[in-house]
Design a protein around this ligand. Structure first.
Ligand SMILES: *[C@@H]1O[C@H](CO)[C@@H](O)[C@H](O)[C@H]1NC(C)=O
Ligand SMILES: *[C@@H]1O[C@H](CO)[C@@H](O)[C@H](O)[C@H]1NC(C)=O
Ligand SMILES: *[C@@H]1O[C@H](CO)[C@@H](O)[C@H](O)[C@H]1NC(C)=O
Ligand SMILES: *[C@@H]1O[C@H](CO)[C@@H](O)[C@H](O)[C@H]1NC(C)=O
Ligand SMILES: *[C@@H]1O[C@H](CO)[C@@H](O)[C@H](O)[C@H]1NC(C)=O
Length: 746
């Protein structure tokens, strides 16, 4: 069977039987569930453009100087005050005051909780809206293809389906607040090395070279999800694709994004990613940011007069720039611009919830965790990453290399109004529970560390070793090891402390091999990039106030070379692995990693039963109809194409068989018929399910037409393969974690 109408989008969503787990609209006071439709917005933008002179129109195709990272020229005679574009994906950035440093993209993804994806988007959107920012420069959805990529922390990990679901709910959360979301960086921006090179003025970026199946099934997927959600803007990237700059790439911008995905919004350049004028306009770029480079803007008047660019294309550009503004009703009483305005509200609550939910319990030998404050009284804390950075937060900056890390660096960094480090939160907990806590945060002071092993109380102590890894936009990591000889710190403490627990505060993949099998390392918690409530979050997990349930969003290899992909030091990055990335690669080649994608432990246990597969049911109260309703917004771009339609419903029962309340993330992996030429199995569904001890819930996933299709490079369509599809319900991408299996035949 072939899906005839190609097109955009997507997804599987899981529902618990009550359905509330998908998006709990009652718990989120979103301000804007209604908006205009794209047709209405485009009509309004057309009327506006009809009143502009050619000079005014061209002028608007380029940004100008102003208070924001990007500023769109105002037209006072038409009461248009211009627009403000501002970083970042994880909160309002660029050094503004009064801003929440949210748990980063890599961390929200690790919650595997759509409700939290959405709530985070709502909270971030509220802060942009409260400051009067029109476009938020997020979400970031480049795939974690290279473990050392400096920007992995801003994105959603190594899987396109998981990234797509994150992008979808981020866009909805932010745009429900009336703020335009910007999907970035389009496309194949998976390394920083050589993102600028050549003269004059860094006129090129490295070229990502990849085939048609791979771009559709991996790198385009989350952008397609964003377009389906209704995203207003897409930011083109610094690199080239197949030898053509991403911001003047007819194939990626005009053909894939605007025709195939039917994206009605605008393409804005990343800052300085525009390398030409006319070629970019013809290649699909709509607005040059930040402007001032002379490529577009008023320079296009001459191009129109000489006939190299039509005035109709200039109109199209401005209509695309303004349509999202009208779509989300920013022309009606939008807040005035004040970047330092305090719009934080009570966002620390949701930030703490996400910070906690995204932590991943990797190792818990002999149930060493959680600690019990009645019996565990002596705590020894080690590591620079436990406490505050000596240098504080550099204003607007990216230089926070030491201390507890709340986010990574670069334009994605939000300067926190405050950051609660783990040590501070531990000390408060220690005061309340009468714990004896010693700490050494200078991790190069081995004399002091050695001396601590002779301190009173050490014999029965729990040792907490905090290590970290930082990275930033602009450069890639040198290696996958913890900062400041973190491996040596763990080894030193573990050599003497029988109850060593390591807390890994890392931007993305880290090599744990130097100490992970040490018998004294009884516990490991991946604390990720948890935002400014870090301290509270880790204490809640360590002491069992919260039962951890996050899951890895990338595989952790035993050997760095096992990933099979790495940063290219040349000007070409060849994606020769194709669709065999991360767990798909480990699966295909039978490479045993340390921990698989999707892995994470709990303090409780779960059982699975009653797997059932049926074709999508028609009618108003079915899982499929609820699925459609919950994803729809007036501003969405989910068209009439059958590609979005539910094809199968898959349900089963999950039970908490342990003594503690907790959550599990059942994951649906699909094995395709041979015709599809896919890796052994692909993620096509998940749901974070919270259960009190003894409780059971029915979980239902929807597989859409796209979920069961592969990209057919011959007929250029999403195509359903003929044959048997095997459905695996697992708790990670590791075959050993598979709980149930069944199949359907097409
Ligand atoms: C173009 O924009 C600039 C601000 O960048 C403004 O000073 C100028 O008047 C505008 N020109 C026209 C023709 O609108
Ligand atoms: C890149 O080149 C490959 C090989 O020729 C081709 O299959 C693919 O469609 C091209 N993709 C883009 C976006 O140009
Ligand atoms: C700390 O102790 C270890 C093992 O006993 C020893 O090798 C090392 O030299 C000591 N370091 C310092 C600075 O005392
Ligand atoms: C990692 O893999 C490389 C290349 O296959 C190999 O040379 C090296 O010995 C491996 N390292 C370890 C620690 O196994
Ligand atoms: C990538 O492919 C290009 C063109 O196919 C080739 O010239 C280049 O040598 C390759 N680069 C690397 C690093 O493999």
């Amino acid at each position: 069977m072939v899906v005839n109408r190609l097109l955009v989008i997507i997804f599987v969503v899981g529902f618990s039987c009550t359905f509330s787990a998908v998006v709990d609209s009652n718990s989120n006071k979103f301000s804007k569930l209604t908006s205009r439709t794209w047709d209405e917005a485009i009509g309004m933008a057309k009327s506006f453009v009809a009143q502009l002179t050619l000079e005014e129109k061209c002028n608007m195709t380029s940004g100008m100087g102003g208070p924001c990272a990007g500023n769109v020229v105002p037209i006072p005679r038409l009461n248009f005050n211009g627009m403000c574009f501002q970083d970042s994906p994880s909160g309002v950035g660029d050094g503004v005051l009064h801003s929440t440093a949210f748990a980063a993209g890599i961390h929200i993804a690790a919650t595997w909780d759509r409700d939290l994806f959405y709530k985070r988007g709502v909270a971030i959107g509220k802060e942009f809206q409260g400051k009067g920012v029109h476009f938020a420069l997020g979400p970031m959805m480049n795939i974690d293809r290279n473990a050392r990529h400096g920007r992995n922390w801003e994105g959603f990990g190594a899987d396109p389906y998981l990234s797509g679901e994150n992008a979808f709910y981020y866009v909805q959360g932010v745009q429900d607040q009336g703020v335009v979301a910007t999907a970035k960086h389009y496309i194949c921006n998976e390394q920083e090395t050589n993102r600028f090179y050549d003269t004059p003025s860094n006129s090129k970026g490295y070229s990502a070279n990849l085939d048609d199946k791979t771009i559709h099934e991996i790198y385009l997927w989350p952008f397609a999800s964003s377009v389906a959600a209704g995203v207003g803007s897409v930011m083109c990237s610094y690199n080239q694709v197949n030898g053509t700059q991403a911001c003047q790439n007819d194939r990626t911008l005009n053909v894939l994004l605007k025709q195939e995905l039917e994206f009605p919004g605008n393409v804005m350049s990343d800052w300085g990613a525009t390398k030409t004028g006319v070629e970019s306009v013809l290649g699909g770029l709509d607005i040059d940011m930040p402007g001032g480079d002379g490529f577009m803007g008023i320079a296009l008047v001459q191009a129109v007069k000489s006939g190299t660019v039509t005035e109709a294309r200039i109109d199209d550009m401005i209509i695309r720039v303004l349509a999202p503004y009208y779509l989300l009703e920013q022309d009606q009483g939008y807040p005035s611009l004040d970047l330092d305005r305090d719009a934080i509200g009570d966002n620390y609550n949701v930030n703490r919830e996400i910070g906690t939910a995204g932590m991943v319990l990797l190792k818990n030998a002999h149930n060493a965790l959680p600690f019990n404050v009645m019996t565990d009284k002596y705590f020894f804390v080690y590591g620079t990453a436990a406490g505050q950075s000596d240098e504080g937060f550099e204003a607007g900056g990216s230089e926070q290399h030491a201390g507890a890390l709340y986010q990574g660096g670069g334009s994605g960094f939000v300067e926190p109004t405050y950051g609660i480090d783990p040590l501070t939160a531990l000390l408060i907990n220690g005061r309340d529970s009468h714990l004896q806590i010693r700490y050494i945060t200078n991790q190069n002071d081995y004399q002091a560390i050695n001396d601590s092993f002779n301190a009173r109380g050490f014999g029965s102590a729990k040792c907490l070793v905090f290590i970290s890894a930082w990275s930033s936009e602009g450069s890639d990591r040198r290696d996958l090891h913890a900062l400041n000889n973190g491996d040596k710190l763990v080894q030193t403490v573990a050599s003497r402390c029988a109850n060593t627990v390591v807390i890994v505060n890392s931007v993305s993949q880290l090599n744990l091999e130097a100490w992970i099998d040490h018998p004294n390392v009884v516990g490991v918690i991946w604390s990720g990039m948890p935002g400014s409530e870090y301290g509270h979050a880790i204490v809640d997990v360590l002491f069992g106030n919260y039962n951890p349930g996050g899951k890895l969003v990338f595989t952790l290899a035993k050997n760095d070379s096992d990933y099979g992909t790495d940063i290219s030091e040349s000007y070409n990055s060849n994606y020769t692995e194709g669709v065999f990335l991360d767990y798909r690669h480990f699966d295909e080649h039978n490479i045993v990693p340390r921990y698989f994608f999707g892995y994470g432990l709990s303090y409780t246990t779960f059982a699975f039963s009653s797997l059932d597969i049926s074709k999508a049911r028609k009618g108003p109260h079915t899982i499929s109809s609820q699925y459609r309703q919950h994803r729809m917004r007036p501003y969405a771009n989910i068209g009439t194409s059958s590609i979005y339609e539910p094809a199968y419903e898959i349900s089963f029962i999950i039970t908490n068989t342990g003594k503690m309340s907790g959550s599990e993330v059942p994951q649906l992996y699909l094995t395709f018929p041979a015709e599809a030429q896919e890796p052994p199995k692909l993620l096509r569904g998940f749901e974070r399910v919270y259960l009190v001890s003894g409780e059971s819930k029915q979980v239902s996933f929807v597989l859409t037409q796209k979920d069961i299709s592969y990209w057919n490079v011959v007929n250029q369509k999403w195509t359903i393969a003929s044959g048997t599809y095997i459905v695996w319900i697992s708790t990670s991408a590791n075959n050993l974690d598979i709980k149930m299996q069944s199949s359907f035949h097409i």
